[in-house]
Design a protein around this ligand. Structure first.
Ligand SMILES: NC(=O)C1=CN([C@@H]2O[C@H](COP(=O)(O)OP(=O)(O)OC[C@H]3O[C@@H](n4cnc5c(N)ncnc54)[C@H](O)[C@@H]3O)[C@@H](O)[C@H]2O)[C@@H](O)CC1
Ligand SMILES: Nc1ncnc2c1ncn2[C@@H]1O[C@H](COP(=O)(O)OP(=O)(O)O)[C@@H](O)[C@H]1O
Ligand SMILES: [K+]
Length: 509
C-alpha cells in the first residue's frame, strides 16, 4: 500500500496511532531527522568540499525534525548553523526534547542570510520551518527568509514539504522555496503530487520512520498515487481461448468530414490497448474520408441518434466513446441516445470534449441521464471541467484539484478524469488517484483523444471503471514519456506495445 497517500489529518492520526501502539514520538522524530540529515549529506557530496549547513527550524514538530538533523550533522563533523523561528521557551512535546538535545547556538531566523554578501555562506540549507502544521499563509520573517533562500540558489532539503506548501492541496500559502530534495515520512501527501507542489518538491524521498503499516491501513486511505499496484490486478489479459469479441468491441463516433481525425485517434487508442474490435460510427458524408484512412478499424454509417440506437442494438458493443469532433448539438443528442439505448446499463461510456461541453452548466441533467449506466468515464481538461461543473459550487470552490475532481465525480455519479500535468482520477465512491507519469510533450493536439480511446479500450474489455481510467491515464503518460520530444498524438498508440511490455511483464522491458 505504498501507493496510498495520506492527507495531513490522516498523517497526524497515523503518528498518534503509532505512538499509542508503543512507538515513542521522539523515536519517529529521530528517524525523520536522520533521514533529512542523510539527504543534506547527499547534496553536499555534490559540492566539492561541501561542509557548511544551515538548518532553519520552525516552532512545531517540523522544526523538531530540523533540530535532530542539525545535531546529527554536527556529530558527523559538518559545520552547522541553526536558525530558529520563534521563542524556544515555547517549544513543546517531542520538538522540545529534540531541541534540548541540540547543544549549539540558536540564531534568530531574521539574522540568517543563506547567501551573506552575495557569497555562498552555506553549501546546503535544511528547510524545517513548517510541515503538516501550516495553518495560515507564510508572511513576515519566515516569508522573507524563504525568499532570501530562493534567491540564493542554494540546494535545499525540505523537511516533509517545502515550507509554505500545503500538503493537502499542492498550493503555496504565501511563499515557498523550491527544494532539491523533499524528505517525507511514512506515505506521500497529495501536495507532493499536485502542482505546483510537485515541481517545488524536487526529488521526493519517502522514508519509513517506524509507523507500522497496520496503523496506516486502519485509516483506510482512499487517495492514491496512480501507480501500477492500484490497477494491475484488474488489467485485462486475453485467455488462451480468446476471440475478438471476447476482448470487447468499442464503438467510436466520428465528426463530419472536416472533423474526423479525433475519432480515428480514439479508435486507434482503443484498439492498441486491447479491445478485440473497434468500429467508427461515421456521418455518411465522412465515410469516404474515414474509409481512406482505416484498416483494422471497421466503419459503419451513423448520422444521428436513431442510427446510433440501431447500432447499439448489438450487445457485443461493450463500450462507446463519443465527444471529440462531434459538435455540441450533435454530441448532446448522441449522449441522450446512448443513455437510452439497448444494453445501456452494462455498456461502458467514455465522454470527452463536446459530449461534456454540451452539458455546460447543466451537470445535474447529465448526471440524471447517466444514472442508469454502470460504467462511465468523463475526461475533461481544465476548461471543459470548469464549463461542465460551473453550476456545482462544491467542485468550483474546492480547495484543490483533488477535492474538485472528487466533488465533480460525486455530483455526476461517474468517474472523472481531470486532466493536466497532475491528472486526478476520481470515483463517486470517494476514491481518487493523482497521476505520476507523463511529460509536458503530451500538451499536443489530439493527445486527449488517444486517452479517451485508452479508456474505451479497457472498458470494452470489462475492466472495472475506476481501475480502467487509472490504468489508461498512467499508460498514456508512460507512452508520452517514452516518445518524448517530437511527440505527436499519433505516436501514443504506437508507443503502447513497448510500454505494456514493460509494465505488464517487467522482465521483457
Ligand atoms: N510525532 C509526530 O507527530 C511527528 C511529526 N513529524 C513532523 O511534524 C510535522 C508536523 O508538526 P506540527 O503539527 O507541529 O506542525 P508544524 O511544525 O508544521 O507547524 C506548526 C507550528 O507552526 C506554526 N505555524 C503554522 N503556520 C504558520 C505560518 N504561516 N506562519 C508562522 N507560523 C505558523 C504553528 O503555530 C505551530 O507552532 C510534520 O510535517 C513532520 O515534519 C515527524 O517528526 C514525525 C513524527
Ligand atoms: N504539461 C503537461 N504535462 C503532462 N501532461 C499533459 C500536459 N498538458 C497536457 N497533458 C496531457 O495531455 C492530454 C491533453 O488532452 P486534451 O487537453 O484533451 O487535448 P486534445 O483535446 O488536444 O486531445 C491530457 O491527457 C493531459 O493530461
Ligand atoms: K518544511
Amino acid at each position: 500500500m505504498m501507493h496510498c497517500l495520506l492527507d495531513t489529518e490522516e498523517m497526524a492520526e497515523a503518528d498518534r496511532g503509532a505512538i499509542a501502539g508503543g512507538v515513542p514520538g521522539i523515536a519517529l522524530m529521530e528517524a525523520a531527522g536522520a533521514a533529512c540529515a542523510d539527504a543534506a549529506v547527499d547534496l553536499m557530496a555534490q559540492t566539492p568540499g561541501g561542509r557548511r549547513v544551515l538548518v532553519a527550524c520552525g516552532p512545531g514538530n517540523n522544526g523538531g525534525d530540523g533540530f535532530v538533523a542539525a545535531r546529527l550533522l554536527a556529530e558527523r563533523g559538518y559545520a552547522v548553523t541553526l536558525a530558529f523561528l520563534g521563542d524556544a521557551a515555547r517549544l513543546a512535546g517531542d520538538a522540545a526534547i529534540a531541541a534540548a538535545r541540540w547543544t549549539g547556538a540558536l540564531v534568530p531566523l531574521e539574522q540568517a542570510d543563506p547567501a551573506a554578501s552575495g557569497d555562498r555562506a552555506y553549501d546546503v540549507v535544511v528547510d524545517a520551518l513548517f510541515g503538516a502544521g501550516l495553518t495560515r499563509d507564510v508572511s513576515g520573517v519566515p516569508a522573507a527568509f524563504l525568499e532570501r533562500l530562493a534567491a540564493s540558489g542554494l540546494p535545499v532539503v525540505a523537511v516533509d514539504v517545502p515550507s509554505g506548501l500545503d500538503g493537502n492541496t499542492g498550493r503555496v500559502r504565501g511563499t515557498a522555496c523550491p527544494a532539491a530534495i523533499t524528505v517525507t515520512f511514512a506515505r506521500r501527501k497529495p501536495g507532493h503530487l499536485l502542482q505546483p507542489g510537485r515541481a517545488l518538491c524536487g526529488r521526493l524521498r519517502l522514508v519509513d520512520i517506524g509507523i507500522p503499516d497496520a496503523v496506516i491501513e486502519s485509516l483506510a486511505p482512499n487517495t492514491f498515487a496512480n501507480e501500477e499496484p492500484l490497477w494491475r490486478a484488474a488489467f485485462p489479459h486475453p485467455g488462451i481461448d480468446a476471440h475478438k469479441y471476447s476482448r470487447g468491441h468499442a464503438l467510436v463516433l466520428s465528426g463530419p468530414a472536416d472533423a474526423t481525425g479525433a475519432a480515428r485517434l480514439v479508435a486507434r487508442g482503443a484498439l492498441r490497448i486491447g479491445a478485440g474490435a473497434v468500429t467508427i460510427g461515421s456521418p455518411t458524408d465522412a465515410l469516404a474520408v474515414n474509409a481512406a484512412q482505416l484498416t483494422a478499424i471497421m466503419l459503419r454509417p451513423c448520422d444521428d441518434a436513431d442510427d446510433l440506437a440501431g447500432l447499439l442494438e448489438d450487445p457485443r458493443i461493450t463500450a462507446l466513446a463519443l465527444g471529440p469532433g462531434l459538435g455540441r448539438e450533435r454530441a448532446r443528442a448522441l449522449v441522450e441516445a446512448a443513455a437510452g439505448a439497448a444494453h445501456a446499463r452494462t455498456r461502458a461510456l467514455v465522454l470527452d470534449a463536446d459530449a461534456l461541453t454540451a452539458f455546460a452548466g447543466e451537470h445535474a441533467a447529465l448526471a440524471r441521464l447517466l444514472a442508469g449506466v454502470e460504467r462511465v468515464v468523463a475526461t475533461p481538461h481544465a476548461g471543459e471541467f470548469a464549463k461542465l461543473l460551473s453550476d456545482c459550487p462544491e467542485a468550483r470552490e474546492a480547495p484543490s484539484k483533488l477535492a474538485a475532481a472528487r466533488a465533480g465525480a460525486a455530483a455526476l455519479g461517474i468517474v472523472l478524469v481531470d486532466k493536466g500535468p497532475d491528472t486526478v482520477i476520481a470515483a463517486p465512491d470517494g476514491r481518487a488517484a493523482i497521476n505520476t507519469t507523463g511529460t509536458p510533450y503530451l500538451a499536443t493536439a489530439g493527445s486527449g483523444d488517444v486517452l479517451a480511446g485508452f479508456c474505451a479500450g479497457l472498458l470494452a474489455q470489462s475492466m472495472p471503471v475506476f481501475e480502467a481510467a487509472c490504468a489508461a491515464v498512467n499508460l498514456h503518460g508512460r507512452a508520452g514519456a517514452r516518445v518524448g520530444p517530437g511527440l505527436i498524438a499519433e505516436d501514443l498508440p504506437e508507443a503502447l506495445p513497448g510500454v505494456l511490455g514493460e509494465v505488464l511483464d517487467p522482465a521483457s522491458g
